[in-house]
Design a protein around this ligand. Structure first.
Ligand code: MG
Ligand code: ZN
Length: 216
């Protein structure tokens, strides 16, 4: 019985996601849904990515958080359009939440919208919101067991950004090869990037890849 209820929720969600997708397409906007655990570095990666891409394209951001507007304020400081969604307890964004803020972004003037999902390695991967791609950040400090513990997020993502690689010398117990191998075993098409938002290492290659998707 419970399974039935959940699948109906997802069906209803998918219908609204399809509406969102049409609106994004009509406006000619590429949409990426950024997922990851709390503290993985989603907002910091967004800041670095936006700074890198801002000369080349017009980006808008939808910030998802349970409460508060700290992240939206950080992104807004980069002088780009940003909308905050507070889920009021829900641990993921759904298509209806995204639908409710579409008129608050100047979609027709934008090339790309990046959605920062609520910090969580589980249900954000289950909900379509009308995006072109999902992508995820994993900080290496979270440990090498995450791909096998949270497989759906790795399977649903087009890109995995391994963040905080500057910490590697202090992470004696983290097996980077295990992260890479387990991730690719779950999702052979996964693009893996290794970056440090602290030093800037790898940000340019990552941002160029993201920029390149827009025209595909
Ligand atoms: Mg954040
Ligand atoms: Zn959730």
């Amino acid at each position: 019985m419970k399974v039935k209820v959940v699948s109906r929720i997802l069906e209803a969600n998918d219908r609204i996601a399809e509406e969102n997708r049409k609106k994004f397409k009509e406006a000619g906007v590429f949409v990426a849904n950024l997922m990851g655990a709390p503290g993985a570095g989603k907002t910091t990666l967004l800041e670095k990515t936006i700074k890198e891409l801002k000369p080349h394209l017009k980006i808008g951001v939808i910030e998802g958080d349970i409460v508060g507007s700290d992240d939206a304020e950080r992104i807004g400081a980069l002088d780009i359009p940003v909308v905050q969604i507070n889920t009021g307890g829900a641990c993921h964004l759904d298509a209806n939440m995204i639908n409710s803020v579409l008129d608050d972004l100047p979609l027709k003037d934008l090339d790309m919208v990046i959605i920062e999902n609520v910090g969580n390695l589980v249900c954000p991967a289950e909900f379509k919101v009308g995006e072109d791609i999902k992508m995820m950040v994993l900080s290496i400090a979270e440990g090498h067991d995450k791909p096998l513990k949270y497989p759906l997020m790795f399977q649903e993502s087009s890109a995995l950004v391994l963040n905080k690689i500057d910490l590697l010398p202090h992470m004696m117990n983290v097996d980077m090869n295990k992260i890479r191998n387990d991730s690719r075993a779950l999702n052979p098409k996964l693009q893996v990037f290794e970056v440090s938002c602290a030093t800037g290492q790898g940000i340019d290659a990552w941002a160029q890849w993201l920029n390149g998707l827009r025209s595909q």
